[in-house]
Design a protein around this ligand. Structure first.
Ligand SMILES: Cc1cc2nc3c(=O)[nH]c(=O)nc-3n(C[C@H](O)[C@H](O)[C@H](O)COP(=O)(O)OP(=O)(O)OC[C@H]3O[C@@H](n4cnc5c(N)ncnc54)[C@H](O)[C@@H]3O)c2cc1C
Length: 409
């Protein structure tokens, strides 16, 4: 029989993240939704806590920095022998889920837990991990000329002596103003196509890097979204992540590997928001006298209860798909297909559940008396960034049908 319960160690860190979500995020959730671009000062307390936990070897709270296990070598060896490791990816996923249950905009603003941290954890060499292990890294891929087609990167990186010189514009960079470092995708040789796309760690104080402006958005207003300019921006030669060699055979598998770690994380964020909405809806329905029963067929229940049960089933399957993708990453199994499946399912479930909850709660759902309408707005981005719903479906189709990106676009 499959045991779907979380191991004790993971449960403890997920509980800790849940407490942060409940006690720090929820009370200030509306405040920063109404004050876009204000820095949530409460997160500084969290930063200190995260730093302390990282120093003591305990798992981090927010989770976006996932990718490498913090387990001891002995623990890892033991679990690897059993062929069943739960490492950094699984822990990061659960923490992201719990903190997003509190507030996904704030979760994306947790210092030292950016999506760029996951990229660093996924592909950095050991020496780079030492240098960049404690930075707060955002992730800059998107440019004015493309979003979904990440092979179209036009920002350039040219080696000049001991430094890379970067030129280009990056848009919609989450935590792009607040992070201490930015992981920037750039091409080292446009004529060589996607194989020449590499990622670079750009420190905030690098000469030639500037924030052009911040975006105003539908949701996740607590999170800063920046336009960044790289104008003859100079960084040290060894700030390139992965090999500087251009391997045309391998394509841009190196940088794409990041997504195998970050997509399940974004799925977890959507699952966290969906769970928040389901819980709120359950209490509203219960207060309105609607019984939700697990013993009676849905067709014999109140229509709202039937909708609730359908959404809960979707939520469960999204959750299990995300667990599978993270488990595969922790166990070094290729998971691009499963990462995209989990992101597609969770992204859609997040928007479906939150908007349906607004609908079923009626006027209360649409008003600001609860956070339901906010979750409806917040969840949409989770079906857009790190690859839209359509792009995830495309990747799944390519993998299942054995087609290349040229054959199926
Ligand atoms: C709040 C916010 C935060 C973000 N944070 C970051 C960040 O931190 N770092 C970063 O690099 N980027 C970030 N982004 C950018 C985000 O990743 C892109 O918006 C996303 O990849 C989609 O790109 P696009 O907006 O250019 O849409 P497009 O690529 O122009 O797509 C438009 C529509 O067409 C669909 N589409 C595109 N191609 C296909 C196809 N082949 N088949 C079928 N349908 C297709 C898409 O699914 C979408 O529905 C962020 C965006 C937002 C709004």
């Amino acid at each position: 029989m499959i045991n779907l319960e979380l191991p004790k160690k993971l449960r403890a860190s997920a509980n800790q993240a849940h407490q942060v979500a409940q006690e720090i995020f929820r009370p200030i959730s509306r405040k920063y939704d109404l004050a876009e671009h204000d820095y949530p000062v409460e997160l500084d307390t969290m930063a200190a806590m995260v730093e302390g936990l990282a120093d003591s070897g305990t798992q981090k709270i927010g989770g976006a920095a996932g990718g490498r296990s913090d387990d001891s070598a002995a623990d890892r060896h033991a679990t690897e022998l059993l062929g069943n490791t739960n490492g950094g990816n699984m822990s990061a996923l659960l923490n992201a889920l719990e903190t997003s249950w509190g507030d996904v905009g704030l979760m994306l603003s947790i210092p030292y837990q950016g999506l760029g941290n996951a990229a660093i954890a996924a592909v950095a060499a050991d020496e780079q991990l030492k240098r960049f292990g404690k930075v707060w890294a955002s992730m800059a891929i998107t440019e004015p000329s493309f979003g979904s087609d990440s092979a179209a990167v036009s920002t350039t990186a040219v080696l000049d002596g001991d430094e890379w010189v970067l030129n280009g514009e990056k848009i919609f960079v989450t935590a792009g103003q607040r992070s201490t470092h930015i992981v920037v995708w750039a091409t080292v040789d446009k004529s060589l196509g996607r194989a020449a796309i590499k990622s670079f760690v750009v420190p905030r104080d690098a000469p030639g890097l500037s924030v052009a402006r911040l975006e105003h958005k539908l949701g996740i207003k607590a999170s800063d979204t920046a336009v960044l300019l790289l104008q003859d921006c100079r960084i040290p030669k060894d700030n390139i992540l992965g090999s500087p060699e251009v391997n045309v055979e391998k394509g841009f598998a190196g940088v794409m590997q990041t997504f195998d770690n970050t997509r399940p994380l974004v799925a977890a964020m959507a699952i966290g928001v969906a769970r928040a909405a389901l819980e709120e809806l359950r209490s509203i329905l219960t207060a309105a006298g609607v019984d939700i029963s697990y013993d009676v067929p849905v067709n014999n229940q109140h229509a709202a209860a039937a909708e609730f049960l359908r959404m809960e089933a979707d939520y469960e399957s999204a959750y299990l798909l995300a667990l599978r993708a993270a488990w595969m990453a922790d166990n070094k199994k290729p998971n691009s297909l499963e990462a995209s499946m989990s992101k597609a399912k969770a992204g859609r479930t997040g928007t479906d559940v939150t908007l349906k909850a607004v609908e079923l709660a009626g006027a209360i759902g649409y008003s600001q008396r609860t956070l339901l309408e906010k979750w409806g707005r917040d969840s949409k981005i989770l079906d857009i960034f790190e690859g839209t719903q359509q792009i995830q479906q495309l990747i799944v189709a390519r993998r299942i049908l054995g087609k290349t990106s040229a054959e199926l676009k």
